[in-house]
Design a protein around this ligand. Structure first.
Ligand code: GLU
Length: 446
């Protein structure tokens, strides 16, 4: 339920952003938490901070023409939504996926603003991408696409202005081509303009692993707050991309066992525990399908019917994409005894799913808190670039663990303070809103 004072603001967001359902959903979810804030901090309402925060500072949409390997001309649409720069330069990934449209990028940029605030690092929020489908494309096609994309985007970027990174469909390969083109056009080796770079060319250790590792650190902290741990826990992870793979690796390291993961074709169940090295080879190195994992691991079964969330587990980590875990899935997880959920993807649980978890007393870590480890480590990459330094894996991972612990504690304490003990959704929304909102007031009407 939204506080009645906020209903009008939400109605306006719907009217001004027609058809952008994911964006409307993300805004609604934040507004549902903000009722008590207006009572405690009326100055924010006077300054119309909520209305301002829902409107991106700048949005860029551009044509991306390129030639495929057969010589045919292809046209895609590129986006960058620079959402909020009250806390620092716009920061957030680029997503290449055929489903990407302005509403997707806006929802992700909105979420990013709050997530980045929670990290405690000096970064604003932004997001970008294109409706380009990298699946089945050769390296040279991906390179030509990235070069064309950056030929427009470069003019909007800068280490103090806007700093993209990866997201779905954008990894080290794509960041390499984008960085190469930026460097060529500007004649500057400006390391801090992109994060998620390769470690040989001014990237940072742990950035690749950070989102997945961070999500597991967050789950561990939620369990610890209830006197429990990951040791001996059965986990199910959705997805099998970069976030999922490193979440699985960290669960294994911390004594849990991941028995299932998925991709858009189906899911595999491996009661012995997913072999993360085989998974990395199949999904990350060979860019293959999860069905190939089952072919290689004799103990694994591949399923195309039903949902990965029907596999019984103690801890669920949705690491695939938005709205992948529905109210029905949540009911199945609760029925099977799930006690904790931490979101590795952005908004993977539908509003019905979130409600079901909260009502059932399941520990629920929303993405803007639980998956903030990726962007937090991007901020650490920016720090290393600015000081022309490079830190060890151990040191960087320790920083990541500290950051995740402090995000957890801030969400936990804020939920308590605002009368919703144990509700990390309320805690994350209010803590991040207050941080961005107070900075906006301090910076004046800009
Ligand atoms: N795309 C990631 C996210 O959703 C990382 C963004 C970044 O590192 O800038 O947070």
């Amino acid at each position: 339920m939204i506080d009645e004072k906020l209903e009008g603001i939400f109605a306006d967001v719907v009217r001004r952003n027609p058809g952008e359902l994911e964006f409307q959903q993300a805004v609604r979810e934040v507004l549902e938490s903000l009722g008590p804030v207006l009572v405690k901090d009326p100055e924010l309402a006077e300054h119309k901070v909520i209305e301002r925060i829902c409107e991106p500072e700048r949005q860029v949409i551009f044509r991306v023409p390129w030639q495929d390997d057969t010589g045919e001309i292809q046209i895609n649409r590129g986006f960058r939504v620079e959402f909020n720069s009250a806390l620092g330069p716009y920061k957030g990934g680029l997503r290449f996926h055929p489903s990407v449209h302005l509403g997707t990028v806006k929802f992700l940029g909105f979420e990013q603003t709050f997530k980045n605030a929670l990290t405690g690092m000096p970064i604003g929020g932004g997001k970008g991408g294109a409706d380009f489908d990298p699946k089945g494309r050769s390296d040279t096609e991906v390179m030509r696409f990235c070069q064309s994309f950056m030929t427009e985007l470069y003019r909007h970027l800068g280490e103090h202005t806007d700093v993209p990174a990866g997201d779905v469909g954008v990894g080290t390969r794509e960041i390499g081509y984008l960085f190469g083109q930026y460097k060529r056009i500007t004649n500057r080796y400006e390391s801090g303009v992109l994060t998620g770079k390769g470690i040989d060319w001014s990237g940072a250790l742990v950035r690749t692993e950070a989102t997945g590792y961070g999500t597991v650190f967050f789950a561990r902290k939620m369990l610890a707050a209830r006197g429990d741990s990951l040791d001996g826990k059965t986990c199910v992870v959705s997805g099998s991309g970069n976030v999922a793979v490193y979440a699985i690796e960290k669960v294994n390291q911390l004594g849990g066992r991941v028995v299932a993961c998925s991709d858009s074709d189906g899911y595999v169940v491996d009661e012995k525990g997913i072999d993360v090295e085989v998974l990395k080879a199949v999904k990350l190195d060979e860019r293959g399908r999860i069905a190939d994992y089952a072919d290689r691991c004799g103990t694994a079964r591949f399923h195309t019917k039903g949902s990965v969330w029907e596999v019984p587990c103690d801890v669920a980590l949705p690491c695939a994409t938005q709205n992948e875990l529905t109210g029905r899935d949540a009911a199945a997880l609760i029925r099977n005894g799930c006690i904790a959920v931490a979101e590795g993807a952005n908004m993977p649980t539908t509003p019905e799913g979130v409600r079901a978890f909260l009502d059932a007393g399941v520990l629920f870590g929303p993405g803007k808190a639980a998956n903030a480890g990726g962007v937090a480590t991007s901020a650490l990459e920016m720090q290393q670039n600015a000081s022309r330094d490079s830190w060890t894996f151990e040191h960087t991972e320790a920083r990541l663990a500290e950051i995740m612990a402090s995000i957890h504690d801030r969400c936990f304490a804020t939920a308590d303070e605002f009368g919703a003990p144990g509700n990390y959704v309320v805690g994350a929304n209010i803590a991040s809103f207050l941080k961005v909102g107070r900075a906006m007031v301090a910076l004046g009407l800009v």
